[in-house]
Ligand binder design. Structure first.
Ligand code: HEM
Length: 194
């Protein structure tokens, strides 16, 4: 199964490649900054939910190689979150850190997005083999449960951002609820596997 990781790695880069292509050809629409930022936010959330789906999918399909994808998919979620944040801070706010702080304090959806980012940060920083060894499996697993509140904040960030049509965030919320429900079920049955 040596092809699996390179294939998923390449596929995970396709959204950013597509975005670069569209930007290069000026095809991002009438509000390119908004299109760019929203596109990156969408993919950040998709990868985050995909990372959460890896374990349930492995348990459901009994296909062990899937386990090897979890870290990579999680890091791609963080990669897209960072690009999303960078596009906002760099292109939208022109690195006006005071404006960012004002947004974080005053706009609930930005507060939630930042909360999600801050929860994902320690997970990305401790994703290396050496950090797993240094922390020990038990502490590492406990720390990485932060991914659950992070995903809730990510969906809430999107939900609070939309003004009227909640259909899209609702789809993400339902997917997240199913994934969290699966974990809860596993936890109740076999706490050590959850
Ligand atoms: C790090 C702090 C964050 C900031 C400052 C931020 C900021 C923003 C802004 C300004 C928008 C667009 C609002 C608009 O166009 O009216 C947005 C949309 C969005 N963000 Fe974030 N965000 C952050 C974190 C996140 C995270 C962690 C995720 C996902 C894991 C995320 C996912 C999304 C999604 C899905 C959208 C909506 C895209 C759409 O309209 O299709 N954001 N965010």
């Amino acid at each position: 199964m040596r092809w699996l990781k390179p294939v998923v790695f390449t596929a995970s880069l396709l959204p950013v490649a597509w975005l670069g292509w569209q930007a290069a050809y000026g095809s991002l629409g009438i509000n390119p900054v908004e299109t760019l930022n929203r596109f990156l936010g969408d993919w950040a959330l998709r990868f985050l939910l995909l990372a959460l789906a890896v374990t349930p999918l492995r348990q459901w399909t009994h296909w062990a190689p899937l386990a090897r994808l979890r870290r990579m998919v999680g890091l791609f979620a963080f990669f897209y979150v960072c690009l999303h944040l960078a596009s906002y801070v760099g292109i939208d706010l022109f690195f006006d850190w005071a404006a960012l702080w004002k947004d974080v304090v005053k706009r609930t959806y930005i507060t939630l997005g930042m909360g999600c980012f801050l929860l994902l940060l320690p997970l990305a920083l401790t994703s290396t083999d050496s950090m797993i060894r240094r922390l020990g499996g038990k502490v590492w697993r406990k720390l990485h449960r932060l991914v659950f509140p992070a995903a809730i904040l990510g969906v809430a960030h999107f939900w609070m951002m939309v003004k009227a049509d909640i259909r899209e965030p609702l789809v993400y919320a339902v997917i997240l609820a199913v994934l969290l429900g699966w974990r809860l079920r596993t936890f109740v049955r076999t706490p050590q596997r959850a």
